[in-house]
Ligand binder design. Structure first.
Ligand code: WT7
Length: 658
């Protein structure tokens, strides 16, 4: 941060005058009143919101059940259907003809789907799933590119009480197999192919490959959305989605489920090699998805909301598949990448669809800043972005320089930026500015959403004073929280509720609060999890993938190093079974290993740097000295004590980049 930025920051950006009175949470006094209400009667506050934001088939009588903490239950004896709340409810309230989804394909083709149409599509798909024997509680894996049909598949599962698990279309057959096997899915929904940046990439072929690897015997059918019509292999278990759905009626009585019935599982990286299947509920999840949608984005009937995430991530679940529909909003869904046909795509789409609320990731902003600096035609100033009124950021800390650019050049200096901190596990936003309340400070996610007990503590769970850094925790359970890790209750407790933290939820981020304002600033992960372009990657996962290359690799250690665009870059140190390669031989092997990791996990996990050494720096007890490797990766001078190194000469080897 330079000096002028600092002065700017101190002043902060107060909320626009017009929002002080008109926003859903209008002004600081309104925010304070909500916080006070939640502090006086925590359960009562959330019960009130649960009635404001969700329509229940049978109302709940008990709000929060902490008897078996940390396996909390919210609204347990209430029943509802999430898809009914997102679709039927909107149609019943007169929004049948309102556009639910404006879809823009990779090539710019646009389709509009109304709430009534989306309901019809969802019912047909739900009936198709039922015709294939899918029942309440069954798991369905969805491996799709961005499409209306992807959202419909999620909603259709919700309609019949099936539990979906969306796998990002960029994951490999191997990762897909692991997730199908872990969930015990009975059906996979996919597309023939996906289209990204003018290129066609396989999906169905990867499903075939995954299913052939074994462990997926529960899968009876593969339901295929015809996206490109490209040539694909066909087996007896495959069904075309369009053929199945068109043969079905367009009404389907929803399955009313208990509030705690799992809505979905979503896999995310942790600090061991095996991704965690984060289990979310139906009732509590929907309450917080809808409440944050309305208050954080100040959504109104006339808004056009656009969240640029993929449905393969939690952001695409909460702020594409569920939140916008639960509040009856119009949203844009896009297929493709921000840089195709050129890096003006986002700005052009905002102009074309008159987007009013725009939610994206810092990594996208940083890459578009670079593009705009290189080519004036791609600068947001070239586009009419006057429709915008609120901007959002999610997924990683936003650096103040990117924040200022986003504010000035995309928001025209008039749009509040909501820098929303949350996680796959939290289900919905947790710490965030509210547009009519918060004085914004670039780089800070400011204050908790009303009702969220965020705090910063030390290793013993003791509060640390403002101005000091510590562990970010959530002191009380919240409605959209993770319920468990699928099939591994013990890992859930061990990961998020370590005994020394007094029953607080451990987020895994370091953070601090401002001395004067109490604003939160997130430092980043404190575990072995990296944030690469807003994607969470476990270092152990990448290490396991590398050592799975048994012909070549003896040992591997992966660390992150700071990167201007992607936030963090993956840096791998590899010990080969054969001799340590140098020069062109090393370059060639690095390419080979990079592709190997791409094939094992997916392209997002490919290490940026691969360095070869005769061995890895370890302590006497055999632990890899990761802190040392992090310094090496950054190119920093080594200040650590290296006297315990078996072979000090490897330091020089580790410093060679390829
Ligand atoms: C991790 C969660 C939130 C949905 C997308 C990512 C980092 C997320 C912010 C933010 C600073 C952030 C944290 C968190 N993170 N949002 N506004 N400021 N850091 O979900 O993949 O589960 O990753 O992303 O490190 O723990 P996720």
């Amino acid at each position: 941060m330079n000096a002028s930025e600092k002065i700017h920051n101190l002043a902060g950006y107060p909320p626009p005058h017009r929002l002080l009175h008109t926003a859903h949470v209008p002004g600081r006094a309104a925010y304070n009143a909500l916080v006070a209400e939640s502090e006086e009667d925590y359960a009562g506050y959330w019960a009130r919101l649960a009635h404001v934001f969700v329509q229940w088939k049978t109302p709940f009588t008990r709000t929060l059940d902490s008897d078996n903490a940390p396996f909390y239950k919210w609204f347990e004896d209430g029943t509802l259907n999430v898809s009914w709340n997102c679709l039927d409810r909107q149609v019943n309230e007169g929004k049948g003809d309102k556009t639910a989804i404006v879809f823009e394909a990779d090539d710019g083709t646009v389709t509009h789907t109304s709430y009534a149409q989306l309901l019809g599509m969802t019912c047909r798909m739900a009936n198709a799933l039922k015709a294939l024997g899918v029942k309440k509680g069954d798991r369905v894996v969805i491996y799709m590119s961005m499409s209306v049909e992807g959202v419909v598949a999620m909603q259709a599962c919700a309609r019949i009480g099936a539990i979906h698990s969306v796998v990002f279309g960029g994951f490999s057959a191997h990762s897909l197999r692991d997730r199908i096997a872990d969930t015990g899915a009975v059906l996979v929904v996919t597309a023939d192919e996906q289209v990204r940046g003018g290129k066609t990439l396989p999906l169905k072929a990867l499903v075939d490959e995954a299913l052939s690897m074994g462990g997926c015997e529960a899968v009876r059918n593969v339901l295929v959305y015809r996206r490109t019509g490209g040539d694909i292999a066909w087996t007896a278990r495959d069904r075309w989605m369009d053929e199945m759905a068109s043969a079905q009626p367009d009404t389907c009585v929803p399955e009313w489920v208990g509030a705690e019935h799992p809505l979905f599982l979503l896999y995310t990286s942790g600090s061991t090699g095996k991704p965690k299947g984060v289990q979310h509920s139906s009732g509590g999840y929907l309450v917080q998805a809808a409440a944050t949608m309305k208050w954080t984005f100040d959504i109104r009937d006339e808004d056009v909301f656009w969240c640029t995430a993929d449905i393969g991530w939690i952001t695409g679940h909460t702020y594409i598949a569920y939140g916008p529909l639960a509040v009856g909003a119009t949203q844009v869904v896009f297929e493709g990448v921000p840089t195709y046909p050129d890096a003006g795509r986002f700005w052009k789409m905002i102009e074309r669809h008159k987007v009013t609320v725009f939610y994206t990731a810092p990594t996208a902003i940083r890459s578009l800043i670079k593009a705009a600096e290189g080519d004036a035609q791609l600068h947001p100033a070239r586009f009419d972005l006057r429709s915008l009124r609120i901007l959002g950021s999610v997924g990683e800390p936003i650096n103040p320089a990117a924040w200022e650019w986003y504010h000035a050049h995309v928001g025209g200096g008039r749009c509040p930026i909501v820098d929303t901190w949350w996680q796959t596990e939290t289900g919905a936003q947790m710490i965030t500015p509210l547009p009519g309340v918060t004085t914004l400070v670039p780089g800070s996610c400011t204050l908790p959403f009303p009702g969220i007990a965020a705090a910063i503590v030390d290793e013993t769970g003791e509060d640390v004073p403002n101005g000091q850094s510590g562990l970010l925790v959530i002191k009380k359970p919240w409605p959209s929280m993770i319920r468990t890790i699928w099939g591994d209750d013990a890992r859930y407790v061990a990961s998020y509720y370590p005994p020394e933290l007094r029953g607080y939820y451990l987020a895994g981020d370091g953070a601090s609060r401002d001395k004067d304002t109490g604003n939160f600033t997130i430092g980043g992960r404190i575990d072995d999890v990296l944030n690469v372009s807003g994607h969470r990657m476990g270092t152990m996962e990448i290490e396991s993938a590398l050592v799975a290359c048994t012909e070549l690799v003896a040992e591997a250690a992966v660390v992150g190093r700071p990167d201007d665009t992607s936030g963090e870059a993956i840096c791998a140190f590899v010990v080969l079974k054969g001799a340590r390669p140098t020069g062109p031989a090393a370059d060639k092997l690095a390419v080979q290993l990079r592709n190997w990791v791409g094939k094992e996990i997916g392209p997002i996990a490919k290490p940026r740097d691969i360095r070869f050494a005769d061995n890895l720096p370890k302590t006497r007890s055999g632990k890899i000295m990761r802190r040392l490797l992090r310094s090496v990766a950054k190119g920093e001078a080594i200040t650590q004590d290296v006297s315990t190194l078996e072979n000090p000469a490897i330091l020089a080897q580790l410093n060679e980049t390829h």
